[in-house]
Ligand binder design. Sequence first.
Ligand SMILES: Nc1nc2c(c(=O)[nH]1)N[C@H]1C(S)=C(S)[C@@H](COP(=O)(O)O)O[C@H]1N2
Ligand SMILES: [Mo]
Length: 384
Amino acid sequence: MLFVAWALISSCSNNDTPKPVNPGPQLVAYPEKKEMVLITDRPPQLETPIKVFREDFTPNEYFFVRWHLSQLPTKIDIDTFKLRISGAVDKPLELSLNDLKTKFAPDSIVALAICAGNSRSTFEPKVPGTQWCNGAMGNAKWKGVKLKDILAMAGMSKKAFEVAFQGMDRGALPGVPAFVKSLGIDHSMDGEVLVAYEMNGKPLPMLNGYPLKLVVPGWYATYWVGALNSINVQTDTFNGFWMRKAYLVPATGPNEKPDSLAKNMVPISSINLHSIFVEPDSTEPVVVNKSCLVEGLAYNDGNGIKKVELSVDGGKTWVETNLDPELGKYAWRRWRYMWTPTTKGVNHLQVRATDNKGNTQTDKQWNRSGYARGFIEKLDVTVN
Ligand SMILES: Nc1nc2c(c(=O)[nH]1)N[C@H]1C(S)=C(S)[C@@H](COP(=O)(O)O)O[C@H]1N2
Ligand SMILES: [Mo]
């Protein structure tokens, strides 16, 4: 069942410049989902409306959706479902959902899932790919089993080098490479990577990868394989399409010049430092000499947000905002500032975060795929 509604919403919920070319104005409610911004329907790509980010935990019904292949599982018989662990292991395993819940110690983590291409529509010059605004992310509490414990039960071979993860989705045509991602063995065994069967205290919605999703805290969601049913231990570098051809960034970081593209490309990995505005949005009047809450979110790879600064004069001067308590090392961090505008007309706001290592967001960044946006966010607010 599909409910489609039309609504007039601005392209991106904040009026960050430059203007995005997409998404269109269509809101849709897919099964188990509330009304979300429809980016594409085959495969489904749904963006979270920015207002939802006023909540610390993104409700499952509003959690963004991003699939690459059009043949998705739409129904799973949980009584016959098995997660298979194979490859360079002593004892291949077939685990039911019940096995995962009863034979292992449960573990939970609060972590931000963010698409590598989140905010792509704001890259200048434009780049091909899904034209997301800032809504291809969400913060949730994930519960499941440590990947390390599953691999230990299977007994890894000494030759184990990487671990490959695959879900139940497939391309419509036989030539389309299956969505398989891999992680190094040390990363897989770090005790933080989870095979999650719950988000925010409930089973995952079908569209978010029911019944299992790999959770890789601090890394882009491209590694968070959903509808996960296969874990294969590799003795060498895994060379699948989605690791070697797609989701690559320059070896020096997610930054290059359009007229001199980087030659050395590597798989994308951890989340780049970035901060966004959540309010005010264009639907709220801001009145001169009246205080108004300016609020947003900052996030990175788990190395912590030291401070978030706001400029209300186009970047000339900056003030430190107040940070909410940390929700977790790998969660987003909310910042707030009570602003009393003193000038009518358009005010140019900017926000920049600094991490615990002392890195601060800069104004310029670009790469051919529009991955890992980290450049400073701008918001023009009209004061009445
Ligand atoms: N099986 C499978 N898992 C996948 C993908 C996919 O296409 N198939 N897409 C990945 C990407 S790029 C993202 S951003 C997240 C999106 O997760 P969500 O749909 O739960 O938001 O899933 C990741 N896991
Ligand atoms: Mo993604």
